[in-house]
Design a protein around this ligand. Sequence first.
Ligand SMILES: [Zn+2]
Length: 119
Amino acid sequence: MDTQQLEFFRNTLNNLLEELLNQSWKTVSELVMDQDREIESFAETSIHMSRTLNLRLRSRESHLIKKIKEALERIDDGTYGCCDICGESISIKRLTARPVTSKCIECKEMEEQMESQIS
Ligand SMILES: [Zn+2]
């Protein structure tokens, strides 16, 4: 991969990260608003449920944020675009669709197959 492509993915990942961080902030403010509503309505069950949902969303967000940060680190140490498992380079097409990926399509498919066999 050349420098220009690396810069492209660095920008893409940074934008994704920024978007996610903004969304997290939104989730946090919704969480705070829920608490205000609790005082007003006493509908504790539904508030509790929406809070659980928010927390679940947030844990998914932080998982993604972690993945994006890892991808940015791989750009810095020069391993970005190489498959974690077989070491082959991941196709640009796949990276464009899923910039946080660390596995080539073959290894990913093999992994998914193994996972479906276990479960
Ligand atoms: Zn691979």
